[in-house]
Design a protein around this ligand. Structure first.
Ligand code: NAP
Length: 330
């Protein structure tokens, strides 16, 4: 279009008025068509932006409990929600890291008018203690508006080389811990007829990779649990959002458990070159503000894998078998 405008000006300057008129006519036709086609899109974008802003405004003053807040995506989520004026409750095992995050929050967003962040050290694998932890949070904050089930651990190892204890541990942290917390916060949300529960799943909650059986299984379980939950609590005005990120540059692969239960301790190339946790946290907060049921945050390739698994499973199985053969040889 800019090229066309350039030509019109050039011709006008050279007094080629006849040609200019023709060009002008075709230009207005193209212009009108473009406008007619793009108008619905522009209107859609404007409404979407307004809806998003309304969602952001509604976050102000909300009490947000975040698990896995001591690093990575959870830490970035704490910054994101805090910036929106939420009171954040930071949960994870390492108290010292939670204190670091709280101090960062207080120093980085001095202008934010909100309650100071609360620290609740907890172990998601210790599921019998989680109800008491929720009672403790409620005694401090009075309510929980949003629960972000984010804390998690990954896995590296074949099915054969992975001990049953590691399978159980990963399932405990990634699945049962989130289930227990969700069950503990639900009664009050239902009573107040408001609330939002977020599950940070993964692309691997939608497609499984070789040598990640325990991790993929735990994330698939979360996806299924949240679909049932959503259906049950919609009438109580409670929203359920499942976020499925692709690779994100965090300590996840460093902390992943191997088949024997030791820590993997390596930063995978895919993780190293993944999205920043800040970007992923922002996409999750946007999805919460827009009350989305699910959001997939990834590049094209993982998205294609989801479609292949669904619509061309034979191709997907073949690719995964090749991947397994290659990585098990190394
Ligand atoms: N990074 C990725 O590529 C990626 C992709 C998709 C999904 N995800 C998901 O994103 C979530 C956050 O992971 P991340 O990438 O941010 O990794 P990360 O930096 O390793 O963070 C994991 C968080 O989980 C907490 N955690 C681990 N075990 C716990 C336990 N037993 N009890 C309580 N908290 C526990 C850790 O805190 P403490 O050690 O202090 O307990 C830490 O805060 C996970 O659910 C992960 O599956 C990550």
């Amino acid at each position: 279009m800019f090229h066309l405008i350039g030509q019109i000006i050039e011709m006008a300057l050279e007094n080629k008025l006849k040609d200019t008129k023709k060009l002008y006519e075709s230009f207005s036709l193209v212009g009108s068509l473009t406008l007619a086609l793009s108008l619905p899109w522009i209107i859609f974008r404007v409404f979407k932006a307004l809806y998003l802003q309304k969602g952001f405004n509604e976050l102000f003053g909300k009490v947000v409990v975040i698990t896995g807040a001591s690093s990575g995506i959870g830490e970035a989520l704490a910054h994101g929600f805090y910036k929106q004026g939420c009171q954040v409750v930071l949960c994870a095992r390492r108290r010292q890291e939670l204190e670091r995050v709280r101090s960062d929050l207080l120093h980085s967003h001095r202008t934010v008018q909100t309650h100071p962040p609360v620290i609740i050290p907890l172990d998601l694998a210790d599921i019998n203690t989680l109800k008491d932890q929720v009672t403790k949070i409620m005694s401090i904050t009075g309510k929980i508006d949003i629960l972000v089930n984010n804390g998690g651990v990954s896995h590296r190892g074949t099915v054969l080389s992975t001990s049953y204890e590691v399978d159980m541990n990963i399932m405990m942290v990634n699945y049962f811990g989130s289930v227990a917390l969700t069950k503990a916060v639900l009664p009050d949300m239902i009573k107040r007829k408001q609330g939002h529960i977020i599950f940070v799943s993964s692309i691997q909650g939608l497609v499984s990779l070789p040598e990640r059986s325990a991790y993929s299984a735990s994330k698939h379980a979360l996806q299924a649990f949240s679909d049932s939950l959503r259906a049950e609590v919609t009438s109580s005005n409670i929203f359920v959002t499942v976020a499925s990120p692709g690779y994100v540059k965090t300590n996840l692969s460093l902390n992943a458990l191997t088949g024997s239960g030791s820590t993997y301790g390596k930063m995978d190339h895919t993780t190293e070159t993944g999205y920043s946790s800040k970007f992923v946290a922002m996409q999750i907060i946007k999805a919460v503000a827009m009350k989305k049921n699910e959001v997939v945050i990834s590049t094209l390739l993982p998205k294609m894998a989801i479609y292949l698994r669904k619509y061309l499973p034979t191709v997907y199985f073949y690719i995964m078998a090749q991947r397994a053969k290659k990585s098990m040889k190394n």
